[in-house]
Design a protein around this ligand. Structure first.
Ligand code: ATP
Ligand code: MG
Length: 376
């Protein structure tokens, strides 16, 4: 039998837990034309939530269309504009036969080369010459509004891993243009989300940046413990196995309610269990989780300097006064400038986050592994 737990792809169907309030808020924003930026630490469930919320909107309202762009692989303006144009055209015409006509009609000035292959879902592309892009940038950014207005639609443009665009050399100018065009649009609402929390905050929450106050920033928090426990208990019993509420609670606490890890740990527990889950099984499964993620953790550590590792060690050991003479000496953290520089670097790398008492690891399982490997 197939495990009822999933990770590595978007959570959907019965595997999607809770998020009732967040989903409602996101849907309300997007139908009301409020641009929304969804921010959370990695792998907590942003993409899953946006997908589910927008799918529901699509089903509930025939005037709404949704366009999804994954900025993860977009590394030049050319690829950004081409993908943007293609996805906007695709999402605003329901049949693939009309993609060609829609594309030609609205991109006329740019003499696009549009091609449709054997499998239109995958092989539809719009090629634009860089010179044409450069002359028509504002026009291109306004494409969603132009099509949505003339077809009487409300278009929601979702851009996943938005912060990746900021890596382009020309991003600062692009950012200005996006903001100036997009803020005037009436039939288009934007939803941006991304996994580099630090970069997302920098783009959307710095008063000197164009996207400051572009819309509402939503912080996605963890799914509540009781929601996870219900889900896990039911998923085991629906597949002919059983887990008590106490053990399910222990399971989710073990990974600090982190969505991805809850699913991964539950999956391993499910596999190791014939009939009934025991505490030993949870322990074994936790070792498997750490093993499965080990290459990633090692890679992260290899990229760090000795003083950065030492700083992580101090945090892992619960030290809060990182700049104090005692702590710097005990953990060999270097000069005080060094400490503050490393704090920034580790935050930018999304390894540490500021808490009210000091700093903590963003990834709860990485922390557990790190404590064993480097702590004390
Ligand atoms: N609502 C949910 N219910 C159950 N599991 C969830 C939920 N949201 C996320 N997950 C689990 O967490 C994993 C990561 O979810 P998702 O890819 O949506 O997160 P993300 O925040 O977009 O991640 P990334 O930061 O890598 O882009 C999923 O594969 C799934 O296992
Ligand atoms: Mg994601």
């Amino acid at each position: 039998m197939k495990s009822p737990f999933q990770y590595g792809k978007l959570a959907e169907g019965i595997a999607f837990v809770n998020r009732v309030k967040e989903k409602q808020m996101l849907k309300n924003n997007l139908v009301s034309g409020i641009n929304t930026m969804l921010i959370s630490p990695r792998r907590l469930g942003k993409s899953s939530l946006v997908k589910l919320a927008t799918r529901e909107l699509l089903n509930e309202n025939k005037e709404i269309k949704v366009c999804y762009i994954d900025a993860f692989t977009l590394n030049s303006e050319e690829s950004f504009y081409q993908t943007f144009a293609r996805e906007v055209v695709k999402s605003t015409s329901s049949k693939w036969e009309s993609w060609l006509t829609t594309g030609k009609k609205y991109l006329q000035a740019l003499s696009p080369r549009i091609s449709i292959g054997n499998d239109p879902m995958c092989d539809f592309s719009i090629r634009l010459e860089m010179s044409a892009i450069k002359e028509n940038e504002l026009e291109l950014l306004n494409l969603p509004e132009k099509i949505a207005k003339s077809k009487n639609l409300k278009l929601i443009v979702c851009i996943d891993e938005f912060q990746n665009l900021a890596k382009m050399k020309t991003y600062p100018e692009l950012e200005q243009k996006m903001r100036s065009v997009w803020q005037l649009q009436q039939n288009v609402t934007y939803c941006f989300y991304g996994s580099k929390r630090h970069m997302m905050m920098d783009i959307f929450n710095s008063s000197s940046k164009p996207f400051y106050r572009f819309g509402q920033i939503m912080f996605l928090s963890k799914i509540a413990e009781n929601e996870w426990v219900d889900f896990i208990v039911n998923a085991f019993s629906a597949t002919g196995k059983s887990i008590t509420a106490e053990l399910a609670q222990r399971l989710v606490k073990q990974v600090d309610l982190h969505s991805w890890y809850v699913q991964q740990l539950a999956h391993f527990v499910w596999y190791l269990t014939d009939n009934e889950v025991t505490a030993e099984i949870i322990g074994q499964a936790m070792e498997q989780v750490i093993d499965a993620n080990l290459p990633l953790y090692q890679r992260e550590c290899e990229a760090l300097s000795a003083t950065q590792i030492n700083l992580l060690t101090a945090v892992a050991n619960g030290e809060q006064m990182l700049a104090s003479a005692d702590v710097t000496a005990k953990y060999r953290l270097g000069t005080s400038q060094n400490v503050s520089k490393n704090k920034k670097i580790l935050q930018n790398a999304d390894l540490l986050e500021k808490t009210k008492d000091g700093f903590d690891f963003l990834d709860p399982v990485f922390k557990q592994w790190f404590v064993v490997e480097y702590g004390r």
